[in-house]
Design a protein around this ligand. Structure first.
Ligand code: ADP
Ligand code: MG
Length: 498
């Protein structure tokens, strides 16, 4: 049974994990990671519990019950029938309480999710908590979550604690009724003393397995509720990946045709009627106020979200016709929020290409201007960088992310404010290093500092999801529109700094 239990845990977890890897970004947008974690840890254990020890009891004690009943019928049909009449009542009670237990069990699991969500948030947000003196607020919040958890647990315990006495009470009443009937003489002619004693003994023997069965029901209900939430997760639809058109290395033409998009939660178009095309080997920069939809364009290209309307093409093929793996292989992305793994620097750079040689990793680091700081670390490329790279500075993390994208060597390079955390100096260096890469790749970039996009082949100015201007740097300056205004403000600021 122990072996079965551990195997159940193992299989469920690995299946959930495999499925979680396939779920769309929208799922992760609406699910707290604490809740997901607690399903992996807490719920799975409950299913294991229900599927092992509970099953043993269930089988053994049910068989005992059946055996005893058969014996009782054999001795006296009438008496056994009286006893059996309370069966439906017992069934009804078990059913009512079970339904309640299952409902409560769901609530308990949700509140476990809240507990882990809370802990996780505080761990991740330690700096903010410390700096904004949020300790007492966090303590208060956590104690509310804990109280709620205990409250729900207790409700469950109350429900499960009523069931055993209730069932025992009913069984005992039946027993008393039968003894009364037998002793009052009503059945005296029908049954011998010996049979009657045997019957009574069988009946009392019935009580312990009945008690265990009602108790095991508690574990079963927990397990069923946990199983429901696990299978709910497993049944969620995976990312839509129905594309059949295989693609090797793309040339890198990117085209948006009348693309509009709104997220499930937004009530207005975030992008409307966006059309542009970028030829292989050229670059296109997106500028505009924050919240204008620049990152959304990138998210649509990588199919983190599917555009609500319009068509996006790579090399003249609708990206929905490409298998996701083929599509994403074409794109090397350095995004605004960088994710690094708690591993060595080399492993992080080589994340997309685990077979890369040390020389290739070093070369990528050189291009990203990361070599200089890596070499200063005690263990160089083998230094561990902590969870999500906490042991590095923002600029260093960004350079690692750039190195990772460089090493991926994809035909389309996407830089979403990839150098925002760098000083102007390093940014210029990286810019120069990337220039050679950009010659053979299509580059889409979003940049805050306009000085970095002066050389872009085309500049698209976005405002509130619409393209309001496009052209080259000098052209747009001459037009004297929104872009010229943005430049004026930024360069004036820059002069002040200098
Ligand atoms: N996952 C999301 N779900 C719902 N709305 C989103 C999501 N991501 C971004 N938005 C909204 O879309 C708008 C554009 O965001 P974004 O493309 O990130 O802007 P930018 O990168 O230009 O600063 C914002 O108003 C933002 O609130
Ligand atoms: Mg953005």
């Amino acid at each position: 049974m122990g072996w079965i239990g551990r195997t159940v845990v193992n299989d469920l977890r690995s299946e959930m994990f495999a499925h979680a890897l396939k779920l769309p970004i929208t799922f992760y947008d609406d699910t707290s990671s604490g809740n997901l974690l607690s399903r992996f840890m807490y719920n799975v254990e409950q299913v294991a519990q229900a599927s092992t020890t509970s099953i043993t009891t269930l089988i053994r004690d049910s068989l005992t019950l059946v055996g005893l009943f058969a014996y009782m019928f054999y001795i006296s049909f009438q008496l056994a029938f009286i006893f059996l009449m309370v069966g439906p009542l017992v069934g009804l009670i078990i059913r009512l309480i079970s339904t309640r237990m299952r409902k409560l069990s769901h609530t308990v699991q949700d509140s476990m999710g809240e507990v882990s969500h809370n802990v996780e948030e505080v761990i991740e947000g330690q700096k903010v908590v410390k700096l904004f003196a949020g300790q007492s607020r966090e303590k208060g919040r956590f104690s509310r979550v804990l109280t709620n958890n205990r409250h729900q647990q207790l409700k469950f315990i109350v429900a499960s604690a009523t069931i055993t006495p209730a069932v025992q009470m009913i069984a005992a009443s039946a027993l008393a009724g039968i003894i009364y009937l037998a002793t009052s003489g009503a059945l005296a002619e029908e049954i011998s003393v010996g049979s009657f004693v045997s019957f009574i003994i069988a009946m009392t023997m019935l009580l312990p397995p009945l008690k265990r069965l009602t108790q095991v029901n508690t574990d079963l209900q927990k397990g069923i509720a946990a199983g429901e939430s696990i299978f709910e997760l497993l049944d969620l639809p995976a990312e839509i990946d129905t594309g059949k058109q295989a693609m090797g290395r793309a040339e890198g033409r990117v085209e948006f045709e009348q693309v509009s998009h709104r997220y499930a939660t937004s009530n207005a178009d975030i992008l409307s009627d966006i059309s542009f095309s970028v030829e292989p080997g050229t670059s296109c920069a997106f500028v505009g106020r924050s919240g204008g939809g620049k990152s959304t364009i990138i998210h649509l290209l990588t199919r983190f979200y599917d555009a609500s309307e319009g068509v996006i093409r790579i090399d003249d093929i609708d990206i929905r016709e490409l298998p996701l793996l083929d599509l994403r292989r074409q794109i090397a992305l350095v995004s605004q929020d960088i994710t690094l793994f708690n591993d060595t620097i080399a492993a992080n750079i080589a994340y997309g290409c685990p077979d890369a040689s040390r020389e290739q990793v070093i070369e990528a680091a050189r291009t990203a201007h990361a070599l200089e700081f890596i070499e200063r670390l005690a263990n160089g490329f083998d230094s561990l960088i902590g969870e999500n790279g906490v042991l590095l500075s923002g600029g260093q993390r960004q350079r690692l992310a750039i190195a990772r994208a460089v090493l991926k060597d994809a035909p389309i390079l996407v830089l979403d404010e990839a150098t925002a955390a760098l000083d102007t100096e390093s940014e210029r260096h990286i810019q120069q290093a990337l220039e050679s890469l950009m010659e053979t790749r299509t580059t889409l970039m979003v940049a805050h500092r306009l000085s970095t996009i002066e050389n872009a082949d085309q500049i698209v100015v976005l405002d509130q999801g619409k393209i309001i201007e496009r052209g080259q740097h000098q052209q747009l300056l001459d037009q004297g529109g929104a872009y010229a205004e943005l430049c004026r403000v930024q360069f004036a600021k820059q002069r002040d700094v200098d």
